[in-house]
Design a protein around this ligand. Sequence first.
Ligand code: PLP
Length: 426
Amino acid sequence: MNRIAREGDTKFWHPFSDMAVARKSEFVVSRAEGVWVWDTSGKRYLDATASLWYANIGHGRGEMADAAAAQMRRLDAYSTFGDFANEPALELCARLSDLAPMPDARVFLTSGGGDAIDTAAKLARLYWSIQGAGERVHIIGRTNAYHGTHGYGTSIGGIEANRVGWGPLATGMSLVSYDSVEALEAEVKAIGPERVAAFFVEPVVGAGGVLPPPAGYIEAAAELCRAHGILLVVDSVICGFGRLGTWWGIERWGVEPDMITFAKGVTSGYLPLGGVVISDAVAAPFWTEPGAYTFRHGPTYAGHPTCCAAALTNLEILEREKLIPRGRELEGALLGALAHLADHDGVAEVRGGLGLLAAVEIDPEVLRRVPTAVAEVQRRARDAGVLVRPLGSSVAVSPPLIIEESELEMIGDALATAFDGLSGAT
Ligand SMILES: Cc1ncc(COP(=O)(O)O)c(C=O)c1O
């Protein structure tokens, strides 16, 4: 028995979960170290997803625990509203500004990626309002995009299942096909360029299926935004901190965003933290004239000193161990380790090759016959000792950046075992 089947009922309502199923069979993770996690029975698994795309430095580092504990003893937490600051928040923002691909960037800190997205959306609209362009409120997102579960993030998210059931979504937002600059251009024209505040783009679509952009897409979209004065907001919540082999992912296309949202890899998940990197031009109106404009926005834990101390230590580890380029160095090896799966009955395609993330798409015919096939592949891979993640009609792989090439092979082997004998595949 590899899973911890709890016979009793749970009170824990899991996110994105069918609780009618999960209440009777929770998989209880008890310990983790490096690329490995253990369940409560002591069975070991390879964490092929870096948890939820975030454990970039791997799990269980004493150095991270020590940094958080030392900070908690010194200053556990304190608000940063108004003129309050703390040393870790100051140091972290200075460091992130130095790393940003735009000069003299400012950094707004949040509790996670969804907070960062809603921060960027509100800031984009407010920026245009104080420029005297109050009609510039429209925000364009992309099909298949995932920008978290907050109000605006849900409204510009392009995974259909996440958009329904809530009643009306936020107004003044629309979606265009994730892979077509022509579609973006047509939408800008239809809305009226002078009414479009911002365009949100994930460099590689993550939760929507691991979809690298077509060649030239990012550059052309950035150019279109620049030509019409539309703010380019790059959502690097997954793609940042080494996942694509650079600090923010977007450097791979050489374009300069107006804002970058981040979370996950900034602390490798040891503590929750997110934020928005903001260009000097967007920040300037708020930073210049006392009494002119205040951004009346920010979560309670913005600049939480213990979370910031964890982020600083995480950045140190990423740099010291040269982990940032790993996302690029290993991208070919990861795709190579999964490529043979394309020959399996039940596999429609293997996607990836840009950054340390990939997806294995299940044959639509198999899914039609066996609607639970994705969950079945996940369970079978888990039984074979590897944790992968269901992602719509595919399973996703996005291991910690510390993974070795031989361990990438283990992911391919476990998935092959999972697809062998998948019911309905033959
Ligand atoms: C690209 C992207 N943006 C935003 C978010 C939301 O982040 P959070 O779950 O921390 O709110 C996610 C989460 O997976 C994400 O993948």
